[in-house]
Structure formats: C-alpha cells, structure tokens
Design a protein around this ligand. Structure first.
Ligand code: ADP
Ligand code: MG
Length: 695
C-alpha cells in the first residue's frame, strides 16, 4: 500500500479550502470526519439544471432553470411584505416572489439586470411564478455555461448549506478520488457487471443528464451496488477480524459446575426442548475454552431463549463470577429482571437491576453491589454502558434482542468486563431470524446456534386480515375473549415517524375501547409514558387487572404474557413482515389457541396483499424472514430497524442481500492473498473508529 493512501484515510477535513473547526464540527454531525467520507456521502436526490427552459415554455410543476431580464421590481404589502420581480425573455414572463429578502438583495434585483434562476414553477395570483428561487445575477457579455451533470442534493444539517457541501464534495473528488484504490479483484466486479470504484463514485456525485433517476432513487443502480458491495465487504472483514482477535484473548474458563443449573432446571414446570438442550451444549463447550465465547442464539419468538440464558448464567455464577444481561428496552429489561429474580432468588442468588430511570441513590447502591460482587446477576438496559460502573468479576455478557444494538455497543460492553487481557464470554440472542447468507455477513464475528423447535403444546396462531371498517366486530370479539378469561393486545403502530403521533393514535384507540367496553379494563402503554407508568400498565396486564392492553410498538420485543390470545394490529399494511411477525409472537405463548387480526385501510397494495398472505400461511419465523427479503418493496422503511444490525452508509442488508455471498467470497480471497486490503477497506468505511481502538 502506498504511503499517500494511508495519509488519505486519516487526512484532516481542515485540509479542504474553507473548512475550519466550526465547519468540521458540523460535518461531524453527518459522520464526515475525513475528506474521503465526503466521497461516500451520496446525494438524496438530484436536480436537473442542465437545460434552460424559455419562459414561454414553462408550466406549473416544472423544476427548471430559467433566465430573463428584470422588467419590474416592486415591494408589495398584502398581509406581509413581499418582493416581486418580473422577468421576461421575449417568449414569456415569470414572477419571482420573495417573502424574506435583504435590502442588498432588493437592490441587486433591479430593473434591467439579467438573472438566472432555478426553482419550481407554480401558478400564482398573477400568472406563473417561482417562490424563493435560487438565483444569480449574470453579466450577459460573458458566457455562463449551464451545469453539465445533474445537480446532487445531499443530506445536510443545520448551518450547512447545500452549495457549501457541494463545494466540499467537489474538492474531495478533485483531490482524493484519483488516489482511491480499488481493492476488489476484477473478476468479481465483472461477474456482477458492476462499474469500477472511481467511476461509481464519480457517477453518484455527477450523474449525466440522462441518468436513470428511478433506479438511483431506489438505491439499485449498478454504481450504488458497487459501493454497497464494498461497504458490506468492509463490515464483514471487520467482524472477521474481531473474531480472529478474540481468539487470541484469554477468558475465564468455566469448566462446568452444574449443580446450580441442575437445581434450577429441576424446579422448572417444564422440560427443555431438544433445541434448547443442544444450544446449551454449544454454550457449555464454548465456556470451557480459554478464549471468549462469541455465540449468537437465533430463535423465533416464544422458543424459550430466556431459560437458556438463565441456565448459561448459572455456570458463571456457580464459580463465583458475575453475569450482565442487557435488554434493549426498559419494558423487556424489567421482565427479565422479574423472571431471573423468580428463578434465581430461591437459589440464593442476588439479581440486580440497572436502568436509566433509577434515582441517584438507588444507582449508587447498585453500583456498589456490582463492584463488590454482592450482585451476581445484573439485568439492565443501556445503563450498563455507563462510565463509572465497575464489575467485580464479569465472566459472561448476555445481550438480548441483539438487532436493537449495534456491533460497537456489544463490543464495548465486552471491553467493560475486561480483567487485564481477559474478556468476558458473550452470548447474543435474537428473535429476528435472518436468512443464513445475511447472518454470515452481519454476524461474521459470532458462532451460531438455532432454536427452531417451539415448546410442546403451542398452538399455531390463526392470522386474518380485515378492512378497518370491521373494527366494531373485532371489538365484540375482544369482549367475548376477555369474558372467557383471555387477554388481548391492541397495537397502534407507527403511522408517521414520530413517537408523539404514535402515542396519540394509541391514546385515541384506548379511549374508543374504554367507551365501547365499559365492563372491561383497558390499559395503555406508549413511548411517551414514564418508565414507572409503563411498568404499572404492564404489571396490570400481566396479572390480569386489565384484560386489554393498547400499545404502540414498544410491545414488539420480548414481552411474555401467556394468557394473551388475541393480537389486533392497526395499520397492518404499513408494517414490514418481520415486524408483523414479532408483534404476532406476543400471543400464542400459552396452551390456548390464539389469533392475530391485521386491520388495514383499503385498498391493499399488491405487496401488502402478498405479505399478509405469507403471515396467514406460516408461523415459522425463518420462512417469514426469507419472504421478507423477497417481498420488501422500495421505500419501505418501517421495517428496516428490525435489521439495523450495522451502521451502514450506503448498503441496505435487505435490499442488497444478493451481494452478501459475494462479500463473503471476496473477503476470503483478500484474507488469503491481499492482507493490505483488509485494513485499508476497514479504515475507508468504518474509520479508525472505536471498534479497533481498544483492542
Ligand atoms: P423468547 O425466545 O421469545 O425470548 P421466552 O424465553 O420468553 O421466549 O419463552 C416464552 C415462554 O415459553 C415463556 O413463558 C417460557 O417460560 C416458556 N418456555 C420456555 N421453554 C419452555 C419449554 N421447554 N417448555 C414449555 N415452556 C417453555
Ligand atoms: Mg425473549
């Protein structure tokens, strides 16, 4: 690798013209820390400023460049102060309208000047107009050429203008693009019919006027795929590297003092399933090694991962060490705290709880119990990452619902539990089954165990889809079920990307049900409630004081109430398959037959119809996940956080899933033949970053 390339990866942003510390800070908000990051900042959309439309040919709705002489400038007061500038070019006329303008602007836009503008043409009170166009006064004697390529519009942040950002990207292209090295062996690129790296980058920032905007808009253009492939490759390599490094680190060897575990299992009212036992065997042999376990347990909702986690925890506790269990939400964390306390307290084990919501005093007490070793099992949320928390002897970290955490969070918790060079073992659980090829990319640092079998006696959930006008029937059905001793969830998912709107929808559904079902108690949980309120609402539902729980998608992971047999999901047409499957998995956890009702607002799109069909036809999470890949339509962002496994800039693991096997193959070849490429690619895409800093 050349020395100049090494420098490019770490070059400071301030080497670009016009970038000082303040601007660098703003750029950091966009995760741009080096000039080469600008190369991988892809535009959100493009504008066509390559041709000039004569004023006579403009029409409402067009976004275009126009040019003309100023025939009239006036400031009018109609409700508010407005600057109107009429321009003409011999073929027609157009008005420019400004609601905000400076004295200098007003003076510059004077009668007789020649102006070029870009904006959207719309119908105004006195004919066609543009509101607040971008404009430039031009001197007609010199030639001002139009743009030759489409104009990129970048995602930006407050205080950073598009034109500024565009200028910086252009500087980065001019100075750094020529030196970017294409590490992917040519035969893969040809096999996939992809363009080379440099042309791909250039095309994305400066596409020709005839570029296929529809393809670019969906992220499936060959140039985007070329970049996505490399990004997936870089992440895959970084995970493989972590895996290798872990193999060289020592861990506390837990050779199996199974007394506690046997007492625990004997006290359970059920036997472990074959898959649960097999998973536990995998875990036992990992724990007996001298390097840290890094194991992922994939198992559909309700397959019983928590019991397996508890049995594994006892192996560490039996030898006097601690176990940390991390949950993605308070709700789920509290539930784990309760299950673990119920199971382990009778064995004389202290279970501690650490959440963000503790009072200072309570937190200090928990910290103390953790640092002096009094607390053997610590259940918590993100609060487990907090500075100042010291474990006495952390031997095992369990992360539940891994898809809600990033790789870096997981690794940093491991680092927290370090004693000298020794790392804690790590057990990661997920109920989002992802197809094998994707798992190999996203979890390349982990060994995998799969629990496919559900505990015996589970009845398949019957799924039906109904138009929302049949809601009153459903209300009656909920009433009948509750009178028969069952419980029901009524979920109001994200309608817009806003917690508060989601909560409002839940509040009004709650009010509707309270009115319609005066003889039943209806509870409510949503994201805007305080932790204690949420807990109270959950508790009431778990114990049966409320029979119906109206909830937002906070309910989606992990919650376990075996008496619940009915799941009603509003706006089901807006949710992705995996998310629907997760929600559905909240019922069917006891011995009773359960149903899931998907309420939708007609007309159903073809895609939504097929999705609902899949859910009707199968209860198997792995099958659902496979269909999810095939059926995911462009622009369906609602389900993507389900697979938010990695922080990706360009690639989308679902959209680009077909590239995953290539990323793995290429990684294999680079590891064997071109070691220099590995660090270079990791640095390019992931940065010098936290991931390797501490290792
Ligand atoms: P998940 O894998 O979704 O986290 P849980 O661990 O919450 O599932 O288990 C779901 C329910 O199944 C719990 O009530 C649990 O006690 C019960 N369960 C777990 N394993 C078994 C088993 N082998 N037989 C019967 N019930 C089981
Ligand atoms: Mg669970």
């Amino acid at each position: 690798m050349s020395v100049s390339n090494r420098n490019d990866d770490v070059a400071d942003l301030t080497c670009l013209r016009g970038v000082g510390p303040a601007l660098a800070e703003r750029l950091a908000r966009l995760n741009i820390e080096r000039p080469i990051d600008l190369l991988f900042l892809l535009p959100q959309r493009y504008e066509d400023r390559t041709s000039l439309t004569p004023l006579g040919a403009t029409a409402a709705g067009m976004r275009t460049v126009v040019e003309g002489d100023i025939a009239l400038t006036e400031v009018v007061f109609r409700g508010r102060r407005t600057l109107l500038v009429r321009i003409t070019d011999g073929t027609g006329q157009l008005t420019l309208r400004f609601f905000y303008f400076s004295r200098a602007q007003q003076n510059g836009l004077k009668h007789g000047a020649h102006v070029r503008c870009y904006g959207e043409v719309r119908k105004g009170p006195g004919g066609l107009e543009m509101i607040h166009p971008e404009y430039r006064i031009i001197d007609q004697n010199t030639k001002h050429s139009l743009e030759e390529t489409l104009t990129p519009i970048y995602p930006t942040t407050e205080g950073l203008q598009q034109s500024r950002l565009r200028n910086l990207v252009n500087q980065a292209i001019d100075r750094f693009l020529p030196r970017v090295i294409d590490w992917i062996p040519q035969h893969y690129i040809s096999a996939l019919e992809l363009p080379d790296l440099k042309s791909s980058i250039l095309y994305m920032h400066r596409p020709p006027p005839d570029a296929d905007l529809a393809t670019l808009g969906t992220g499936t253009h060959a140039c985007q795929r070329r970049l996505a492939l490399e990004e997936m490759l870089a992440h895959h390599l970084s995970l493989r590297k972590i895996r290798e490094q872990n193999r060289t680190r020592p861990a506390i060897t837990l050779t199996g003092n199974f007394g506690l575990r046997e007492r625990f299992l004997a006290a359970l009212p059920f036997e472990l399933t074959g898959d649960q036992r097999a998973t536990l065997d995998d875990i036992d042999s990992d724990l007996a090694r001298t390097h840290p376990m890094m194991r992922l347990v994939q198992g559909d909702v309700g397959c019983g991962k928590t019991v397996v986690a508890a049995a594994a925890a006892l192996t560490a506790v039996a030898e006097g060490h601690q176990v940390a269990i991390m949950a993605p939400t308070e709700l789920l964390g509290e539930q784990h705290r309760d299950s673990f306390a119920e199971w382990l307290t009778p064995l004389g084990i202290t279970v501690a709880w650490l959440s963000g919501g503790l009072t200072r005093k309570a937190r200090e007490q928990v910290y103390l119990a953790i640092s002096n070793g009094d607390a053997a099992v610590i259940v918590g949320t993100h609060a487990l990452f907090q500075e100042g928390l010291d474990f006495h002897s952390l031997a095992l970290v369990i992360v539940d619902e891994q898809h809600r955490f990033g790789v870096d969070q997981r690794l940093s918790l491991m680092e927290k539990g370090r004693h000298g060079a020794s790392l804690p073992h790590q057990l990661v659980m997920t109920a989002t089954p992802i197809p094998r090829t994707l798992a190999m990319t996203a979890y390349a640092d982990l060994d995998t165990s799969v629990i496919r079998e559900l505990p015996p006696g589970r009845q398949p959930i019957k799924t039906v889809a109904l138009p929302e006008k049949r809601r009153p029937e459903i209300v009656q059905r909920v009433r009948d079920a509750c009178h028969a001793g069952h419980r029901a969830y009524w979920v109001c998912p994200l309608i817009e990307d806003s917690d508060s709107i989601e909560s409002q929808a839940a509040e009004s559904t709650h009010a509707m049900l309270v009115e319609a079902l005066p003889d039943l108690s209806v509870g409510l949980v949503h994201g805007r409630m305080k932790a204690a309120e949420k807990e109270r609402a959950m508790q009431a539902f778990t114990t049966g004081r409320t029979q119906i729980l109206v909830a937002t998608t906070v309910i989606e992971v992990g919650v376990d109430v075996p008496e619940a047999t009915l799941m009603i999901i509003e706006n089901a047409e807006r949710l992705g398959l995996s998310q629907l499957h997760q929600l559905r998995g909240r019922v069917g956890r006891g011995g009773n037959a359960s149903s899931c009702v998907l309420l939708y607002r007609p007309p159903l799109s073809a895609m939504a119809t097929r999705r609902i069909g899949v859910l009707r036809d199968t209860n198997d999470g792995f099958e659902v996940a496979q269909h999810d890949l095939e059926l995911r339509g462009p622009g369906e962002v609602l389900g993507t956080r389900q697979t938010g496994l990695m922080q990706l800039r360009i690639a989308d693991l679902i959209r680009d899933a077909d590239l995953a096997p290539y990323a793995q193959k290429i990684a294999g070849q680079l590891l064997a033949t071109k070691p220099a490429a590995i660090n270079a690619l990791i640095r390019r895409w992931i940065g010098a970053g936290s991931r390797f800093g501490k290792v």
